[in-house]
Design a protein around this ligand. Sequence first.
Ligand SMILES: Cc1cc2nc3c(=O)[nH]c(=O)nc-3n(C[C@H](O)[C@H](O)[C@H](O)COP(=O)(O)O)c2cc1C
Length: 309
Amino acid sequence: MLKIGSVCFSNPLISAPLAGISDFPFRELARYFGVSLTYSEMISSAGICAENDKSKNFTFVKGEHPISAQIFGRDPDMIAYAAQYFEDQGADIIDINFGCPVKKVSKQGSGSALQRDINRSKEVITTVRKAISIPLTIKCRLGWNPAEENYLEMARIAEGEGVDAFCLHPRYAVQMFKGVSYWSKFHDLKPILSIPIIGSGDIKTSEEISFHLNEYPVDFIMLGRGLMSNPWIISDYLKKEHPPLLETILMHYDLMLQYFDNELLVSTRFRKFIGKYVKGLSNASELRVLGNELTCRDDLLELFAKINV
Ligand SMILES: Cc1cc2nc3c(=O)[nH]c(=O)nc-3n(C[C@H](O)[C@H](O)[C@H](O)COP(=O)(O)O)c2cc1C
């Protein structure tokens, strides 16, 4: 039985925290296709402490379970406050972001800049662990750069401080999202951890899910960018029936429309998804141009008429 703390899972597939992407409709779609756990987008602890509506709007929808609320920040008490807030809101798991390399986040000392400061990282973990009673996980990189690799130290601290699972995106912060992810690093991680390990990075097909689960000592696979263009990798891996391309696109759009209740806003937000969905089709560039002009649901239906599948 797959477990993180007291939370049980039917399969090893998790949808990743993706800022600007993993909103409620995206998570619902991933859950429909079969992931057993979804993550919120990263949420600012400072925003929660300041009662910032934007941060609170990132929150999950009641009844959406299991869900992990991912928090970023650098101040232990503020992260602990936000963690308590999401526990009260009904989150099943709290995750702390130690991996975001984006300048806006790291220049405040959060995300991967927090992982660079091992003493503060420990203080954050200890403070948050004491503040909540639901499972706690952390999501890390290998380190800031190869000379400052510290994921093993982070893992030891995490397990020692009562963290319930360790998620690793095996790239250095300086790589951002480019270059290779070093999955072989999981072989060094496994011997020092008894808590579950979540592997994240570059999994784009159901065959890659099986390969990585067999080849590397990870308990869960986290799917990020691969899901944005291809949610079928989940159902293919689980050997489940799934709706075809156009039905999937429309399902995603309609979930967004139900949630945001504003056709122009949804159409604008959907532009980034349509480009991914049509990737690989013979007239993808024409479809991308049309996708970038979406302003209403009818535009999407017109675009469908140009898709040959
Ligand atoms: C657009 C985008 C947004 C992301 N946002 C977050 C985030 O909010 N929190 C986080 O921990 N990681 C975030 N990540 C990293 C992913 O969760 C994941 O670890 C990484 O993209 C590698 O996996 P992939 O190759 O399957 O995408 C983001 C990545 C992308 C591309």
